[in-house]
Design a protein around this ligand. Structure first.
Ligand SMILES: C[S@@+](CC[C@H](N)C(=O)[O-])C[C@H]1O[C@@H](n2cnc3c(N)ncnc32)[C@H](O)[C@@H]1O
Length: 276
């Protein structure tokens, strides 16, 4: 069993300060022991003599990769396929169906989607299956999904798109058969097939920094990401999402999140779903 690492007075506060400054993360006291234990595992066998030496390095001259390794200590990648199914049902009913009927149009049948904070890729894969299943002639549409996350290990896993059985179990069996195949290297896993992979591009990106893409996006999912951010960071981010959405575009946050109280002109259309 891994020994527990208890943070000394002041250490958690220093960690929280770096997290807020770099990534807008608001670490609460409840995370103290989780962060301590993860930090302990990271530092075991490392060149640092202890937590203080490591924090000094982070505060002064840590390189980009080291900061990302530290981000992995703090972040939570929990995700699943078809998480909050009501969001995908909304897209089917109120976004894809009117498009397929011709009630609304997109130039060149282009649909651009962004899964911001995609974790290991379950969300972008679900968005891809949802689009293909909702548009009767799914192949005739130019649907592209940008999937971004700051965590390097999450991005690596999203690119590999290999998933354990416990995750695959959330996908209806007919869709598993259609869009996944057994992993030849490990029969306990399934790999996303080419139809999904062709639609999804995965990139590492910090939401707090400059966004290299111009947009606009028709759909943006940023679910269960901003709950870890402080209020000013959340407001700033939601305004940027608003700006990069096309008129009428759909914006979804996690089911436990809301935009109420934020000064952004989104129209609430369903719990945790908004339109521009
Ligand atoms: C709990 S997961 C949510 C995954 C998925 N959106 C869902 O709802 O299932 C939160 C993700 O947000 C990412 N994240 C947190 N802060 C971020 C930032 N500043 N820039 C980009 N990604 C960030 C984390 O790495 C993590 O993978």
């Amino acid at each position: 069993m891994t020994p527990m690492t208890e943070l000394m007075p002041g250490q958690f506060e220093r960690i929280a300060r770096i997290a807020r400054h770099r990534w807008g993360l608001a670490l609460t006291e409840r995370k103290r022991s989780l962060v301590g234990n993860r930090l302990g595992s990271l530092l075991r066998g490392s060149r640092f003599s202890g937590v203080d030496a490591y924090l000094e390095y982070l505060e002064q001259d840590a390189g980009h990769e080291d900061m990302l390794a530290f981000f992995d200590v703090l972040s939570t990648n929990v995700t699943s396929f078809f998480r909050d199914p009501a969001h995908f049902e909304y897209l089917e009913r109120q976004f894809y169906t009117p498009l397929a009927r011709g009630d609304t149009t997109t130039p060149g049948r282009r649909i651009r989607i962004w899964s911001a904070g995609c974790s290991i890729g379950c969300e972008p894969c679900t968005l891809a299956m949802n689009a293909l299943e909702s548009l009767p002639d799914g192949q005739q549409w130019d649907v592209r999904i940008l999937a971004t996350d700051l965590s390097s290990s999450a991005v690596q896993q999203a690119r590999a798109a290999r998933y354990e059985r416990r995750l695959i179990e959330h996908i209806p069996p007919d869709l598993v058969r259609k869009y996944f195949s057994p992993d030849p290297a490990d029969p306990g896993r399934s790999v996303a097939g080419d139809r999904l992979r062709r639609m999804i591009s995965v990139a590492r990106m910090n939401l707090m920094e400059h966004w290299p893409m111009r947009g606009p996006f028709d759909v943006i999912f940023c679910r269960n990401v901003m709950i870890y951010f402080d209020a000013p960071t959340r407001l700033q981010l939601v305004r940027r999402f608003y700006d990069i959405l096309s008129p009428g575009g759909v914006f979804a946050v996690g089911s436990a999140e809301t935009l109420s109280g934020l000064d952004v002109p989104f129209r609430a259309v369903q719990a945790s779903v908004y339109r521009k």
